[in-house]
Design a protein around this ligand. Structure first.
Ligand code: ADP
Ligand code: MG
Ligand code: ZN
Length: 506
């Protein structure tokens, strides 16, 4: 066997050899935090980033005698996700208690769904970078509650091993989660890592289009566990899998799958057995052993007695079905054609996270090229400077459309418009307010402009001579001086007219 490399002392089989000898099987479990205003079973807020343990109550702290109350908005989000994934929606289902001890979960059980998930048996047609698509089967999507967040101090890894202090924040405890589990993904061969990444990307885009989650992998509102196994080519029985937990970026999904394929390939090729276990993902690009996997029996699941079963009516499901948007990648393709954009321009917009913002700006009346230019250039730059996502900038598509309208009406030059946008970003109000408050509007008052022109002409007699003599290009210098004197607020075309006519050239 060809050992490609040793990473952290572990042998990896050359990737080509892995796929020549083995067929990978994948299973992806994605957890998404729903962006409901309140938690799954209580009225506590779910906003990210609050002071620790300020968004808690007896229910989400698991205090004795407290009772859960189901969040209807979370159920509707779960149903919409199920529908968007072409699942069957269970006409009747229940929550279950998953019993285990961990300090991030004060009740000592998690309210989850087990054998009665709300959505089952769907699929997602995942677009691949080469333009083809791959159908990923969806086994189920179920509801559960998130746990609190532990922060371990004093160890190099941030993990509990070797930590001297552990801090607990229960703000996240009880935040609604949906877990989406694929059927085994087979037959991908060498494309397995790429397909895993494409699936999570597509799922993220779909959930964002549904508006059910902010799907920030970096903030943990979307997390992926990647199950990987290998079987000798030509055999049917699945190999033993590992489950790499909490992979927290799209790139990492690809890296984790590829690494596990190479690691397991080396294990199998040397005649050993893969150990069924969970594994940790490391940003440096490898996985390490976690715990050997519990079985369902260890959790002593039983139906949650404190919550009524859920029985969504067909009317509700039909109403929610009407709210399922066009698949985001099909929508992008359609928009690209409508706007006549090249693949390259479109890719830049997609990568900048600008597509939906541009579309919304156009819906507020802006021409698509202007909307594209604002979001794709100036605002992308502002987002980079502020180190936030484009859609987190404190300016809305409606406001950008209003700025564009002011430019179109000739009230702002592009340069002045950028200052107006800066004012909006700084929280100074609506575009028109900023324009007025900052005194940025283009000056149309001929008397004012004429005075500035006269001044500039008087200060530059030699240039005036040239213009009078027929060198019309020289007018640019005077126009420039007037624009400077008026801080860019004069209408440059009008200034030019006045300069030329003063020098007898019109
Ligand atoms: P667990 O509770 O152990 O996480 P789940 O059923 O929730 O199990 O998820 C297991 C995931 O792994 C599913 O996506 C499933 O399709 C997939 N899977 C099951 N068996 C294998 C296997 N041998 N190799 C790879 N993936 C598998
Ligand atoms: Mg699981
Ligand atoms: Zn609470």
């Amino acid at each position: 066997m060809t050992v490609a490399a040793k990473v952290a002392g572990v042998e990896l089989l050359d990737y080509d050899e892995v796929v020549a000898r083995y067929e990978p099987v994948l299973g992806l479990e994605v957890h998404v935090e729903l962006s409901t205003a309140t938690k799954m079973f209580c009225g506590c807020p779910t906003a990210f980033g609050a002071e620790p343990n300020t968004q808690v109550c007896p229910v989400c702290l698991g205090l004795p005698g407290s009772l859960p109350v189901l969040n209807q908005a979370a159920v509707e989000s779960a149903i919409r996700i199920g529908l968007a994934l072409n699942c069957e929606i269970a006409p009747w289902c229940r929550f279950a208690r998953k019993n285990y001890f961990y300090p991030d979960m004060p009740k000592n059980y998690q309210i989850s769904q087990y054998d009665e998930p709300i959505a089952v048996n769907g699929y997602l047609d995942v677009p691949l970078p080469d333009g083809t698509s791959w159908r990923v089967g969806i086994e189920r999507a179920h509801m559960e509650e998130d746990t609190g967040k532990l922060t371990h101090l004093g160890s190099d890894t941030g993990r509990i091993e070797g930590a001297t202090t552990s801090l607990i924040d229960y703000n996240r405890s009880g935040v609604p989660l949906i877990e989406i589990v694929t059927k085994p993904i087979e037959g991908t061969g060498a494309k397995a890592p790429q397909i895993a990444r494409a699936y999570v990307t597509a799922l993220r885009d779909l959930l964002r289009a549904l508006g059910v989650s902010d799907v920030r992998m970096d903030q943990g509102s979307m997390r992926c566990d990647a199950n990987v196994s290998l079987k000798p080519i030509g055999t049917t029985e699945f190999g033993i899998r590992t489950e790499t937990k909490n992979v927290n970026s799209l790139k990492s999904v690809e890296v984790a799958v590829r690494y596990e394929m190479q690691r397991q390939g080396a294990v199998l090729a040397s005649g050993d057995r893969v150990i069924q276990e969970t594994r940790h993902f490391h940003e440096a690009g490898y996985t390490s052993p976690g715990r050997t996997k519990e079985t369902a029996q260890d959790y002593r699941y039983f139906p949650e007695p404190d919550l009524e079963p859920i029985a969504p009516s067909t009317e509700l499901v039909d109403r929610l079905r009407q709210t399922i948007p066009e698949l985001p990648w099909l929508r992008r393709k359609r928009i690209q054609q409508e706007w006549g954009l090249s693949d390259e321009v479109m890719r830049d917009l997609v990568n900048a996270g600008a597509v939906d913002l541009v579309i919304a700006t156009v819906e507020h009346g802006a021409p698509s090229d202007a909307a594209r230019a604002w979001w794709g250039n100036f605002l992308v730059q502002k987002a980079n400077e502020a180190r936030v996502e484009l859609d987190e900038l404190p300016i809305s598509p409606k406001q950008v459309a209003a700025v564009i309208a002011l430019v179109e009406q000739g009230k702002l030059s592009n340069k002045l418009a950028r200052q107006v946008v800066e004012g909006v970003l700084a929280g100074e109000g609506e575009p028109e307010q900023v324009m007025n408050a900052r005194g940025l509007a283009v000056v149309r008052d001929d008397a004012l402009i004429q005075a500035a022109v006269d001044e500039a002409l008087a200060a530059n007699p030699d240039i005036v001579e040239k213009i009078r003599g027929g060198k019309v290009q020289a007018a640019g210098a005077i126009v420039g001086a007037v624009m400077k004197a008026t801080k860019g607020q004069a209408d440059a075309a009008r200034v030019r007219e006045l300069v030329l006519s003063a020098c007898g050239q019109n």
